[in-house]
Design a protein around this ligand. Structure first.
Ligand code: UDP
Length: 239
């Protein structure tokens, strides 16, 4: 398996084709963006930390019966994954109120929800990733009703696995965003990443934010927070 040309570049990752046409390489960048790319910066070491954290979570999920794109970590910044047709829906699950839910519904940030809230956003930069529902997903033919049921089931299961794992590490899983994709045979698997860029992690005791909100809200110590998450999750801080 040999690395070939870059086929896609997003805000935080690059994707490279390989000599195997069903496998691609994901390269995690140090670039950070927020508010539809209006706020930009570099966070030293972020690419390596997110690669480690995301691969760790994907392995944990695989061990608990969730099919993911993970094949193997190749280097500090790179991971080999199964190539999928990404479903252009960001699946968000929330356990505690924060961010856009707080703004949209006027509920105070930090309120613990009675049960997890599931949301979908249409991945379309020009439209600003609007909130959509299951009817929109069907009408836009983004996924069938059966596939969406499978995605929902997987998302609730992932929430349970991650929440319980993190609770033991004194971290509250506030919310997170997932992306799913189709393999050639139509099977749906978890793709993209699970990292402090795509989740909200709060220290259970102090409620200190250990995620991208440190960057979005100019709270400082962004790299330190990401390192702290790596340490809590893997028991090792250094890279
Ligand atoms: N999220 C993400 N990518 C996005 C939008 C949201 O990974 O394009 C994650 C975000 O980090 C948080 C969760 O999804 O963990 C819910 O985000 P929210 O809707 O509150 O939006 P935000 O306040 O980040 O704009």
């Amino acid at each position: 398996m040999e690395k070939r040309e870059m086929i896609y570049e997003g805000k935080a990752k690059q994707i490279y084709s390989t000599s195997a046409n069903d496998q691609v390489i994901v390269h995690f960048k140090d670039d950070a963006t927020a508010f539809d790319g209006q706020k930009k910066d570099q966070i030293t070491g972020k690419g390596k930390i997110n690669n480690k954290i995301s691969n760790f979570f994907f392995k944990l999920l695989e061990d608990n019966g969730i099919k993911t794109h993970l094949i193997k970590e190749l280097s500090a910044n790179e991971v080999l994954v199964k190539k999928v047709g990404i479903i252009p829906v960001e699946v968000v699950m929330r356990n505690i109120v924060a961010g856009s839910l707080s703004k949209r519904l006027g509920i105070k940030e930090g309120e613990v929800l009675d049960k997890p809230v599931l949301e979908y956003y249409y991945k379309d930069d020009d439209l600003g990733d609007p909130l959509i529902n299951n009817s929109h997903i069907e009408v836009l033919k983004l996924a069938t009703e059966t596939d969406l049921e499978e995605i929902n089931k997987m998302t609730f299961k992932i929430n349970k696995i991650l929440k319980e794992f993190l609770r033991e590490r004194v971290i509250d899983l506030v919310d997170f965003k997932l992306e799913f994709g189709y393999l050639d045979d139509g099977e749906i698997i978890l793709a993209d990443e699970i990292s402090p860029d795509t989740c909200r992690f709060w220290d259970s005791n102090t409620r200190e934010k250990l995620d991208k909100d440190r960057f979005r809200r100019d709270l400082g110590d962004v790299e330190e927070a990401y390192q702290e998450m790596l340490k809590r999750i893997t028991g090792r801080g250094e890279l």
